[in-house]
Ligand binder design. Sequence first.
Ligand SMILES: Cc1cc2nc3c(=O)[nH]c(=O)nc-3n(C[C@H](O)[C@H](O)[C@H](O)COP(=O)(O)O)c2cc1C
Length: 338
Amino acid sequence: MEAASLRIGTVDIAPALVLAPMSGVTDMAFRRLVRECSGDAVGLVVSEFISIEGLTRNDLKTHRMLRYDASERPIAIQIFGSDLDRMAEAAALVQATGVDIVDINCGCPAPKVVRKGGGAELLRRVSHLERLLRQVRRELSVPLTLKIRAGWDDDSINCVEVAQMAEAAGVELVAVHGRTRMQLYHGASDWDLIGEVKRAVDIPVLGSGDVVSVATARERLRRSGVDGLLIGRGAMTNPWLFRQIVADRVGEAVAPPTVAQRLGALRRYRELLDEVYPTKATAARLRGMTCRTVKGFPGSAHLREAVTHTRTADELLDVLDQFERHPHVTSRLAGAVA
Ligand SMILES: Cc1cc2nc3c(=O)[nH]c(=O)nc-3n(C[C@H](O)[C@H](O)[C@H](O)COP(=O)(O)O)c2cc1C
């Protein structure tokens, strides 16, 4: 299996396994959690998408999203929007943080983003996108990368053409999510199409969509011949996945994380969240992560039920402590904390 490593500019992405950008998920806390669970098996982490409007209008909340920890490196920060001058200005602001790579979002399907000309809407405005990329490229000394979808809809698949244009405009890597904007997250990501993009350009191409296990990583790489993989939702349920994929590659046995490791990771995630957010926001994110993480535990339905009724991170960790001590009585807890 390939996807050993990549180099763009002076940045090594080794191995070529990348934590995909996910809005509301890949904040500093989650990125650090994945780095701690998978270690140097994560070649690159990417931030959630960050609005160029918020950045260039000095919105404090948006600027806070630029924070990262040195332990996360190499790191790419992704920005989204449509206006040429604001995109260039925002890219320069991002570069000034010392980040390794600036990435532009060209795939977000959300109505509030595409209505304003950003995200996947840029796939329908290829000449505007070309001007935008050239202007940003002139502004940056760090590598510029682009994340795209297959196209807008089944009748306008244009990822090959967009990737070729981007390469000519100075983009140094393209990541392709093989669904259209209209598909949102339905159906399957088209890895044959991703393979077509790979063969059409000389810059590295990363594939994205439905890599959720060692087996799917192996199969998608072989099928498409891409240089590397983005892993999104797979990392949300299994932040050890990168490590498992690398272990598989070198022929080591892949042990699934134990219940104790999963509970330990949740406790650590709470600490990492506390460094970023006020208490209320911490509880909501921790609840979401816990419900995903405990799927498959013995008695997990009851545990999830108990977790959804907790109001604070402390309450939630109490439920986990109880579960660890007495997994069989968690069903009663569901009623107790409701
Ligand atoms: C909750 C969520 C948020 C996402 N946010 C972003 C984003 O901010 N920028 C982006 O380029 N893609 C975003 N994506 C798309 C992912 O990066 C990825 O391409 C997609 O989920 C398919 O890969 P997966 O099956 O590994 O999750 C998001 C996906 C999810 C599930």
